[in-house]
Design a binder for this molecule. Structure first.
Ligand code: SIN
Ligand code: CO
Length: 373
């Protein structure tokens, strides 16, 4: 992607300018970010998706009794009638199920893949919404169908209403208000307060991001480190032939502390362990993703492309794909990085790969991670 090119998607800014001025900093309203946008997922497609097992969805109803929330799957009959106002249902991860939605998400790859999360699609009847709230992550809110009135504000007071099944700001104070039409888009940085209310029937696509917390990383990395420490630890017991007689019997011998520290130090010293664990974690498929493996010999002769659900990242020394990590170097590294960036690789490039790398591609194809182009 040419990150210096001005894009209608970003209101005539280049990705470079957008990242510098807005990303994680301040909102951006883009009129006609996608001129003539025709959504490839309609109301009935979304309802069908919300009925499927393994698809994450929520129904939110703003009723006289207060806010109500239910988790899917929903049958069509499980949803309120379309004639009823003030309800919305939201389907998470639509990009995993739909090629067109996955393709649209690619336009946002000027942000690293490690940060890009999913496309959530909401449908709402007139007056429907999820209430004034803030999100922890950046989001692009693309108006796909109908109109939505957004009110936004740099809210300092982030206290939430008590005893409500969803996060609703207690004292929301809007500073700005915009009505979005199909093709318009609003970018909001994390923690920016917003309230989107449907004006008539409406559908909104949220291109969402993820940001790992340090505590989440600590848990993941330390689990991997523990495995490594177990592998490296010998069965040898602590020995102390030089132990002198002690009068302070309860004191722990310093050499026993050293013996304990040794096993942790050895695991930490393991070269590139942290990098390898991090990449594997960041490419872990989402919980609801299952690939269909096949025994048939993979055909690489026409080139291959990544399955839309495949996550592939790299660093200087590794390629990571769907939770696995591979050490690569030289020409293989260059070509496999290209596969990760372009999400496809030509037959010609495949031929230039080493036999080991070609075998890896065949394995990934039989896992269902990639398919013939
Ligand atoms: C929606 O699409 O209704 C909610 C999106 C959001 O406010 O984050
Ligand atoms: Co939000």
């Amino acid at each position: 992607m040419n990150t210096a090119q001005a894009l209608a998607l970003l209101g005539g800014m280049s990705p470079n300018q957008f990242m510098k001025r807005h990303w994680q900093k301040k909102p951006l309203l883009v009129r006609q970010a996608m001129p003539g946008f025709v959504p490839c997922v309609g109301r009935s497609d979304l309802m069908a998706l919300a009925g499927q097992e393994g698809v994450e969805s929520r129904l939110i109803v703003d009723s006289p009794k207060g806010w109500q929330m239910k988790h899917g799957p929903f049958s069509k009959r499980g949803l309120p009638p379309l004639s009823q106002k003030k309800w919305t249902f939201l389907v998470q991860g639509v990009d995993l199920h739909h090629d067109g939605v996955h393709a649209l998400m690619q336009q946002f790859r000027f942000v690293p893949d490690a940060r890009l999360d999913d496309v959530m699609i909401s449908y709402a009847t007139d007056g429907g919404g999820v209430g004034p709230h803030f999100d922890s992550y950046d989001v692009f809110l693309l108006q796909a169908h109908g109109q939505r009135r957004w009110r936004t504000g740099r809210q300092k007071d982030l206290s939430l209403q008590p005893n409500v099944p969803l996060k609703i700001l207690q004292n929301f104070e809007a500073e700005e208000e915009f009505v979005l039409n199909p093709g318009d888009m609003l970018y909001l940085p994390p923690k920016y307060a917003h309230d989107g209310v449907a004006v008539g029937e409406c559908m909104t696509w949220s291109i969402g991001f993820r940001a790992p917390s340090q505590s989440e990383l600590a848990r993941e990395l330390l689990l991997g480190l523990a495995d490594e420490a177990f592998e490296r630890a010998g069965d040898a017991l602590y020995r102390d032939p030089k132990q002198a007689a002690v009068s302070a019997s309860a004191a722990i011998p310093p050499s026993l502390v050293g013996f304990a520290r040794q096993v942790i130090d050895r695991a930490l010293d393991s070269p590139l362990l942290l990098e390898s664990l991090l990449g594997a974690y960041l490419t872990e498929p989402k919980a609801q993703v299952w690939f269909e493996a096949s025994d048939a010999e993979a055909d690489l002769s026409k080139g291959v492309q990544l399955d839309r659900r495949t996550k592939m990242l790299y660093d200087e020394k590794h390629i990571f794909i769907n939770g696995e990590s591979f050490r690569v170097a030289g020409r293989d590294a260059v070509s496999l990085r290209l596969l990760a960036d372009d999400r496809s690789i030509s037959a010609q490039k495949i031929k230039s790969l080493s036999p080991d790398a070609q075998d890896a591609l065949r394995d990934w194809a039989s896992e269902g991670w990639l398919r013939a182009a």
